[in-house]
Write a new protein. Structure first.
Length: 501
């Protein structure tokens, strides 16, 4: 029991109470709070603490509230001194527990008495707490849909919830503490009219006799119960939980029937289903990189928070915010790409800093792959390019992540950009595994993956998405690849600079 549940109240008209000071010598070692009141009118019993009240006998006549005060609800010490003649019998009759002279508070005998009282209070409240916990436990089990029965290590009943008495009314008085599991099973099987030789009887007997694992038992009354055995800690016994799964099984049967109907309907909509699967795969593929970036930087901030400089924290935070922004852009971009098939894809061409975007996406990849080396030559393009920024983010991030993924342990990427005759030229070169010659014509097909990518994660969606977006922007994409040496992608886009030229 926590000592916070015991209060010591000292009633003394003096502002600086000598009684309270003496009590500190006794009470202080128990870490129990002492509260000093000058008058009973100040005292309000507003909590559930157990109070021990000390009051000087000479203060009784000054506290007109005392006559109505329920002393019997507390442990009351009446304290008197040489100037007072206590009417001990009267106080004991009103509810006082003990009468002591003030000097006796300093004697070892009083300390022993007080310590004994504290110990008794703790034991009493501990027992009350256990009873309350047991009452809550039994109340909770009684409203639970599941029944519980607990066996000791010798397979004898030590507890059975009220469910068993409701389910087996004829034998409820016999399912008692100490009954062996085999006896209990015999009573239960007779109640359910399950005879030896029935499949239900054999399955139930095997479960109850062994008290291991789980089993579902269909009963004669049409109900189905699931029995689950759980070993208690320290081999103290076994708890068996019984759950009525009849409605669940009925619902499962209904769901299976509905599933068959849906399956027949879906067979007539295979094309729509395939589009949906492609869309889901595309979303999972494109969202993986920014989520990994966010997680990686967040782990660094968490593990190394004490040693990171403000500049590094700011940099990591910026990377996380950039990845979050990219997630939003990906979501909008991928959702927009789903409209490609219907021809309702819209383009939002606005001026933006392409060099800054490429630098941000490169930084994200470098954070994920410390061994990555990226060199870029972007000085030939103007500060602002008019294109769809979201689509360009998808295109560039896919090409970068593919280059890293297929370049082994020491990836090296070169990025070049130029403007010629109103065309933006972008070039991405890697030192990866390359693409076999005979497969290069299929590499942009949705879900197609080269034969030399076994063991490397991917869905075959990225390059298909890149090609579609490039075409939507009026551009072109081609590749040159040598297996075992690397791949170069060449992209062109019609653009206008910030002046519209």
């Amino acid at each position: 029991m926590d000592n916070d549940n015991i209060r010591v109240i000292a009633f003394d008209i003096e502002e600086k109470s000598e009684l309270a000071e003496k009590l500190w010598l006794v009470v202080g070692r128990h870490e129990i709070k002492i509260t000093h009141y000058r008058d009973f009118s100040e005292f309000y019993d507003g909590n559930t603490a157990t109070d021990i009240i000390f009051i000087k006998e000479r203060e009784i006549s000054k506290n007109r509230y005392l006559d109505d005060f329920p002393l019997q609800d507390y442990i009351v010490f009446l304290i008197y001194d040489d100037s007072a003649e206590p009417n001990a019998l009267e106080m004991l009759a009103k509810g006082a527990s003990y009468v002591f002279h003030e000097d006796e508070l300093e004697r070892p005998e009083f300390v022993d008495i007080f310590n004994t009282i504290i110990k008794q209070l703790k034991n009493k409240q501990m027992q009350q707490g256990k009873k309350q916990e047991q009452a809550y436990f039994q109340a909770a089990l009684s409203v639970s849909p599941d029944a519980m029965i607990i066996f000791d290590e010798k397979k004898r009943i030590i507890y059975a919830s009220d469910h068993y008495r409701r389910v087996y009314p004829s034998f409820s008085s016999l399912v008692i503490h100490g009954m062996h599991v085999e006896e209990a099973f015999a009573l239960m099987s007779r109640e359910q009219e399950i005879q030896p030789g029935d499949p239900q009887y054999d399955a139930a007997r095997d479960f109850w006799y062994n008290l291991k694992g789980s089993a579902e038992i269909p009963l004669k009354n049409g109900q189905t119960v699931r029995l689950t055995a759980r070993k208690l800690p320290d081999n103290a016994g076994t708890a068996v939980i019984t759950t009525n799964v009849t409605k669940y099984r009925e619902q499962q049967g209904q769901l299976e029937e509905q599933s068959l109907k849906l399956e027949n309907l879906l067979k007539t909509e295979q094309q729509a289903s395939e589009i949906q699967k492609q869309f889901i795969s595309m979303v999972s593929h494109e969202f993986k990189t920014p989520l990994t970036i966010i997680d990686g930087n967040a782990q660094i901030l968490e593990r190394r928070a004490d040693e990171l400089t403000p500049e590094i924290i700011q940099k990591r935070s910026k990377t996380i915010r950039s990845a979050v922004s990219r997630l939003i852009s990906l979501m909008e971009g991928v959702l927009s790409s789903s409209m490609i098939e219907t021809g309702t894809m819209s383009i939002d061409s606005t001026p933006f800093d392409l060099k800054e975007l490429i630098d941000e996406l490169c930084a994200e990849q470098e954070d994920l792959t410390p061994a990555l080396i990226i060199s870029s030559d972007l000085h030939k393009i103007p500060g602002m390019i008019t294109l769809d920024r979201k689509m360009m983010t998808l295109i560039i991030s896919n090409l970068l992540s593919n280059a890293v993924k297929f370049s082994g342990e020491n990836p090296t990427i070169e990025i070049n950009a130029d403007i010629r005759d109103g065309l933006l030229l972008l070039q991405f070169n890697d030192n990866g595994i390359g693409i076999p010659d005979e497969e290069q014509a299929k590499i942009f097909d949705r879900f197609y993956r080269a034969s030399n990518t076994t063991g490397i994660t991917g869905t075959g969606i990225g390059l298909n998405l890149v090609q579609q977006l490039v075409h939507i922007l009026g551009g072109s994409i081609k590749l040159v690849s040598v297996e075992g040496e690397g791949t170069t992608f060449y992209l062109t886009f019609p653009v206008k600079d910030k002046n519209g030229d």
